[in-house]
Design a protein around this ligand. Structure first.
Ligand code: NDP
Length: 323
């Protein structure tokens, strides 16, 4: 068996066409989405991501602000930078790029965000709303994973709503920004969900669990962690990992995922790195920015959620007390 390679770039391109239409509709009502990124220090992946979303914001004619702070910026000044973006009416959504320097508390920064501008749902209010199946925003990476899965199932003649209840879905990685929200999205689709982490690996049990997976999602940040030996024959394996590998001879960086190439011998389909989940994630971030612009201007979004299958996003302020 040689696995089908799912083309994330093509799904992302289709999403971008829809978003361009939404930006035009907003412009007709006098509103323009605005995205701000906050980046502290010089992490290679953070800067690479920032450059991609800046390009995409420009392509979609969204206002864009990049707030880049030196690595030694203290906590108070970083929180103040968030406050400045919160107060800027041209900004509808704010992305705090990870990783942050060790002396900056992620928790403190996330709490400083205006929840209406928190397009990655990292503020405790938005993370809680997602856990309660009433998301204001669905964080872009897990949303993209399920967009890819739903599209792939549909494109191969299957009804996702029928498939998930018969599916064992294994999530490797349980971070707050990727693994945990992906687990929630899997539960919302009525899949049977198993969660694995570094402790499953250390205990020598990772392959035991992953071999049960009809759908395997991997977000560990460990190059080649998952080999053919971890895969059930015919599984769909989605690779979220992005690992920069430096070649000292050419002084170049290559990106690889968490799936070993030999996974293609067993899986029905895999998502590649690069060109898989990443391009959809970039686009979803702009989708959430556009949704935030609707919230900011009290305009009902034509398409509050591109993830049509399960959770509908809400602006919690608009839900009457008691509902
Ligand atoms: P974190 O480092 O925050 O979390 C990693 C998770 O993986 C933890 O839950 C950890 O377990 C688990 N883990 C680590 N090592 C192993 C192992 N050997 N076996 C099993 N589980 C393991 O990373 P993120 O979630 O932020 O990111 C994960 C990867 O996804 C990275 O490569 C990142 O670059 C990439 N990424 C890609 C995005 C995209 O759009 N494509 C967006 C965001 C991230 P424990 O909890 O026990 O520590």
């Amino acid at each position: 068996m040689t696995a089908h390679v799912i083309d994330g770039k093509s799904y992302a391109a289709q999403l971008r066409t829809r978003l361009a239409g939404e930006v035009r509709d907003l412009a007709a009502r006098g509103a323009r989405p605005g995205l701000a990124t906050l980046i502290v220090g010089d992490s290679y992946p953070a800067h690479a991501y920032e450059r991609r979303v800046a390009r995409l914001a420009a392509d979609l004619d969204c206002h864009y602000v990049r707030e880049a702070l030196p690595a030694d910026t203290n906590q108070a000044d970083t929180v103040a930078a968030v406050g400045k973006l919160n107060a800027d009416p041209r900004i509808s959504g704010i992305l705090i790029l990870r990783p942050l320097p060790d002396h900056i508390s992620e928790t403190v920064l996330y709490r400083a965000l205006d929840p209406l501008k928190d397009i990655e749902a990292v503020h405790p209010v938005n993370a809680g709303l997602l856990a309660l199946d009433r998301p204001r925003y669905i964080p872009s990476t897990p949303a993209s994973v399920f967009h890819m899965l739903d599209r792939y199932l549909t494109d191969t003649g299957r009804d996702p709503a029928q498939v998930y209840p018969h599916t064992t879905l294994v999530m490797v990685g349980r971070s707050n920004n990727v693994g945990k929200p992906a687990i929630l999205l899997g539960l919302a689709r009525n899949a049977t969900v198993l969660s694995c982490d570094e402790h499953s690996h250390t205990a020598g049990l990772l392959h035991h669990y992953t071999r049960h997976a009809d759908i395997l999602i991997v977000a560990a940040g460990v190059p080649g962690l998952i080999t053919a030996d971890h895969i059930k024959t015919g599984a769909i394996a989605i690779d979220v990992g992005i690992n920069p590998i430096h070649n000292p001879h050419t002084d170049t960086i290559t990106l690889v995922g968490d799936l070993d190439p030999d996974v293609t011998q067993r899986a029905e389909a895999i998502s590649p790195v690069p060109g898989g989940v990443g391009p959809i994630t970039d686009t979803w971030l702009l989708h959430n920015t556009i949704l935030a612009a609707h919230h900011a201007h009290n305009i009902a979004a034509a398409q509050p959620n591109l993830d049509g299958l399960t959770l509908q996003t809400h602006d919690e302020r608009l839900i009457p007390t008691g509902s």
